[in-house]
Design a binder for this molecule. Structure first.
Ligand code: XMP
Length: 509
């Protein structure tokens, strides 16, 4: 495995992605990781990530310099390189001017890091500080017109540094440079596959859980479904899932979970219909954050009450993904912190005194999908678009009532049917309808109507941090609008949301 020390760069997850794309396993740890823990992990190589700090700042993050003496190859990227050079007695000069964007990379020396790399190419720079003086044993491998020390190496000690970012797409040869580090320098093997991951994880779950019982909150989304199936494959009947129908779900959601997971795989699932409880809690509530709080709290109460009836539960299974884990161990709050505040079941394990089983905690979303496929989850569950915990409640502007929920559910079902039929479902990050707190005038037959307006939202995105509105064909939009107005009572106008994130968000509330 490769160990990545996270100095807070916005790109640190990308480094992990690149390493895993080469089918080498890696983990990200904060800089204050104990050196004993580093040794115990027995990495084949260490990557020191970039970061926003300047090495001479008061609170600049540092890691134990003993990490450079383990005889394990190290690749420092940007701040990571500056940290390494500073720790080894070289010097770094403060920002004269920031260098940001493309730069011409001129390779000056052959090295294993630059094997099969073109002598000139472009690279992506994003730094203020630069190296001033190299410690003994180091030499320059490459430069750019503004940065004499763009790449450096101490070949004997197998310590390497890059001022530019090989992990971003703007450095076309970056992938190759990372592969050279992994295979030529660290001697890694391409051995990390989803099949091997599933096998190891199943064994790990069996060892952790033994004969005890695991309970798991199933939402029908891909993460909790994959987690449930994997845990089920490890411990069978000792897994009990709880599916809470909060009345805020899309049409037929519970039915699908029932058919696919409990019938097909024989997973033990308790279905709890708590729609009334949620709805009465939401009565007269308009503020979106209040809605979220009430839904989160009610979920915990309902889940806890149901779990009490399950004897001998000692573990709580969760489909937590790697980005959330990294976020919580990272030295700095990254952009994902915004999304994390949405997670509304965080208080559960502590309150119920349960130990956690989180088999996906080292995976990214697309890896979870691949794992789902490997362990046999049906395609339609693997490719489900993300659906927020508070469900339709944050897609109904204003008060949430049973009547308005029913209208939105029908609208949403028509929309999804058309999006699927046109082959767009998988291409979109999310597609959904929003019920507005407005009425507009229309005419149907000979009658004047005064009815609801719905907005259609469809976005493309990689990770929900940024998103663009989808350029759906006019013909498709026309068909969606026609069908909604004709088939759903209470709606006489459909509008299409053409805002991007940022500055808008994906959801309307
Ligand atoms: P925004 O609206 O912030 O949404 O652009 C980003 C992503 O997060 C989802 N989302 C939520 N997920 N609970 C969740 O589990 C929430 O309260 C919540 N709010 C937004 C949203 O669907 C999108 O994928």
């Amino acid at each position: 495995m490769i160990l990545i020390i996270d100095f807070g760069s916005q790109y640190n997850q990308l480094i992990a992605r690149r390493v895993r794309e080469e089918r080498v396993y890696c983990e990200i740890e904060p800089p204050d990781i104990d050196i004993g823990r580093v040794k115990a992990k027995n990495p084949e190589g260490i990557i020191l990530s970039g970061g926003p700090a300047s090495i001479y700042e008061k609170n600049a993050p540092k890691t134990d310099p003993a990490i450079l003496d383990l005889g394990i190859p190290v690749l420092g990227i940007c701040y990571g390189m500056q940290y390494m050079i500073d720790a080894l007695g070289g010097s770094v000069k403060g920002a004269g001017k920031r260098e940001y964007g493309f730069a011409e990379l001129i390779v000056e020396k052959d090295s294993r890091l630059f094997k099969d790399i073109k002598k000139s190419g472009t690279c992506w720079m994003s730094h203020g500080d630069s190296l001033k003086e190299l410690p003994e044993g180091f030499e320059v491998l490459a430069s750019t017109p503004n940065t004499p020390y763009a790449a450096i190496a101490d070949n004997d000690r197998r310590l390497f540094g890059l001022q530019f970012h090989p992990e971003v797409e703007h450095t076309p040869q970056g992938k190759k440079i990372i592969a050279n580090f992994l295979f030529d320098i660290c001697g890694c093997k391409k051995s990390w596959t989803m099949k091997s991951f599933a096998k190891e994880e199943i064994a790990r779950i069996q060892e952790t859980v033994g004969e005890k019982r695991v309970i798991l909150g199933l939402s029908g989304g891909v993460d909790s479904s994959v987690a449930a199936l994997l845990i089920h494959q490890a411990i069978g009947k000792n897994l009990t899932c709880i599916f809470v129908d909060n009345g805020l779900l899309r049409k037929d959601e519970g039915k699908q979970v029932k058919e696919r997971l409990s019938r097909e795989f024989d997973i033990d699932i308790r279905f709890v219909n708590a729609a009334k409880t949620f709805l009465s809690g939401l009565k007269s509530v308009i503020d979106p954050e209040k809605k979220r709080k009430i839904i989160g709290k009610t979920f915990i109460e309902v889940f806890e009450a149901e779990a009490k009836g399950i004897e001998g539960a000692e573990f709580l299974g969760q489909g937590t993904l790697y980005p959330d884990v990294i976020e919580s161990v990272s030295a700095f709050g990254g952009p994902t912190s915004v999304i994390k505040s949405h997670h509304n079941v965080g208080g559960l394990p502590k309150r119920m005194k349960l130990k956690l089983v989180e088999p996906l905690r080292h995976l990214f979303k697309d890896e979870v999908r691949r794992l789902g496929k490997t362990i046999g989850l049906p395609e339609e569950m693997i490719w489900r678009q993300p659906f927020p915990g508070p469900g339709l409640a944050i897609r109904i502007m204003g008060e949430v009532t049973k009547k308005r929920l029913d209208v939105l559910r029908e609208v949403d079902a028509v929309l999804l049917e058309e999006i699927r039929a046109a082959g767009y479902y998988r291409k979109l990050w999310q597609s959904f309808a929003v019920l507005l707190p407005l009425k507009s005038v229309g005419v149907m037959g000979d009658h004047r109507t005064y009815d609801n307006v719905v907005a259609i939202r469809a976005v493309t995105s990689k990770d929900a941090m940024t998103a663009d509105w989808a350029k759906l064909p006019h013909k498709l939009l026309g068909k969606i609008s026609n069908r909604i107005i004709n088939e759903v009572r209470g709606v006489n106008r459909v509008v299409y949301d053409i805002s991007s994130k940022p500055p808008s968000t994906i959801e309307w509330e």
